[in-house]
Ligand binder design. Structure first.
Ligand SMILES: [Zn+2]
Length: 449
């Protein structure tokens, strides 16, 4: 394997509290060393990234790869190629496939695929995600599951959730909870408020999420288990998690880029890619999510990448299945709506997108420290560009960011020492020379051999 020397970049590695203009040398799939003026040997590929940010590979802890079952929407292969395109070098795949990932052999199926980046299976909490019988958590952990979740559905029974937390705790893995009270949700399809009234769509109150968050915090306290709340979307949920952390409960949580970028007024466009679960909330909720991201209440940003076919989304808003794709726009949407707006620093953004999700899942990613896995994301935070449908590598195109201008773009993704995405690389051109076409990073393109 050829060594890679990354020069000319600004290295941001929150795990080692590094923010410095240094070179990084990768060898044998590991970070060999970093420092100023590293000399490259003969067999080394030197990449001058020309002032771009060099960060640990991003970790997206919440993606739906739809494989097995809906390979028309996404496969493990297409979803991981999309992830590499988005600067993501590790994903945790949710088990709400058909069938659900609820046996060791299905966990092995997810792990055994040849993929450009690392894929970690999350196994179901209950058999068939039906909320009744717990899965064999010890065997699933043994097979390589990194967490348990019935995501897509809440665990309705408090008794089942309590036992799940107890068993997960025994095998040392977190429970990832999709917090939604189905009774309060009713037949709602968007956030309940003025926007739902004006649009004539049935509303889902914030309480539908917050009641479920409160229940699970109480169960986490009584069991002492590790609880992770998925896709936090409301001001009240942020406050509940903040207080639980102050009380010393072992709780972490994530939000998704759409919850700090869009509000329920946007949903009045009836764009079905804006139908998500939980729904896009009010401007006040959005502001509270930003505060939670900045003050450490929210630990991670995950895309909740949820591919759906064009046919399924080309229907009335109420009839569309919930979910939007997001693994490819995770970083640029975060840079545009959190970093450019001054809500968080670049270092905090990298922590939220890489270091902290890796630590929640206890997987060997999220740092550029010498000796760690050579997963690197290089991005230009100042590059403004317009998102187009054909830019995506996902099989699905259900993104509300199509047609919008974002600021910040991934230019190079390296997974375990191999280049898995390179801006402007062409298939018949492996010497790394850049080809100019369309809209480009204003300065020189990154790769020089
Ligand atoms: Zn969910």
């Amino acid at each position: 394997m050829r060594k890679i020397l990354i020069t000319g970049g600004r290295v941001i590695d929150p795990a080692t509290r590094t923010d410095d203009h240094v070179d990084v040398l990768l060898a044998e799939g590991r970070v060999a060393e970093w420092g100023k003026g590293i000399e490259a040997g003969g067999e080394t590929l030197t990449v001058d990234v020309d002032g771009a940010i060099v960060a640990p590979g991003l970790v997206d802890m919440h993606v739906h790869l739809r494989d097995p079952g809906r390979e028309d929407e996404e496969t493990i292969e297409s979803g991981t190629a999309a992830a590499a395109h988005g600067g993501v070098t590790a994903v945790a795949a949710m088990p709400n496939t058909e069938p659900a990932i609820d046996t060791p052999s299905w966990v092995e199926y997810v792990r055994s695929q040849e993929t450009p980046i690392a894929v970690y299976p999350i196994a179901a909490i209950t058999v068939g995600r039906e909320g009744k019988t717990l899965t064999g958590m010890a065997e699933l952990a043994e097979a390589g599951a990194v967490a348990f979740s019935d995501d897509g559905s809440p665990v309705v029974s408090p008794t089942v959730m309590r036992r799940a937390l107890e068993y997960a705790s025994m095998v040392g893995l977190p429970i990832i909870s999709h917090c939604e009270d189905l009774d309060l949700k009713g037949s709602g399809v968007m956030n309940e408020g003025l926007a739902s009234t004006l649009s004539g769509l049935r509303g889902i109150p914030a309480a539908a999420e917050e009641v479920a968050v409160a229940r699970d915090i109480i169960l986490a306290r009584t069991t002492g288990a590790k609880l992770h709340i998925a896709h936090v979307s409301t001001e009240g949920s942020v406050e509940l998690v903040r207080r639980a952390k102050e009380d010393g409960i072992a709780i972490t949580c994530e939000t998704a880029p759409h919850y700090f970028s869009l509000n329920d007024d946007d949903v009045r466009s009836y764009d079905t890619s804006l139908r998500v679960s939980p729904p896009i909330r009010s401007a006040a909720d959005l502001a509270a999510i930003k505060v939670g991201l900045a003050d450490g209440t929210i630990d991670a940003i995950a895309s909740d990448h949820a591919p759906h076919s064009v046919e399924e989304k080309q229907v009335e808003f109420d009839a569309a299945p919930p979910g939007m794709i997001g693994v490819e726009t995770l970083l640029p949407v975060t840079l545009t709506n959190l970093v450019q707006s001054g809500t968080v620093t670049l270092e905090r953004a990298v922590e939220l997108l890489s270091t902290d999700p890796a630590s929640i899942l206890n997987i060997p990613h999220g740092t550029l420290e010498a000796g760690s896995r050579a997963d690197v994301t290089v991005f230009d935070p100042d590059w403004a560009w317009e998102v187009t449908a054909d830019w995506f590598r996902s099989k699905s195109k259900n993104s509300p960011f199509i047609g919008r201008t974002l600021q910040g773009r991934v230019i190079l993704t390296i997974s375990e020492g191999k280049i898995v995405f390179e801006e402007n690389a062409t298939s018949d051109n492996d010497d790394g020379e850049a080809h100019a076409e369309g809209e480009h990073r204003p300065e020189e393109l990154p790769v020089h051999v």
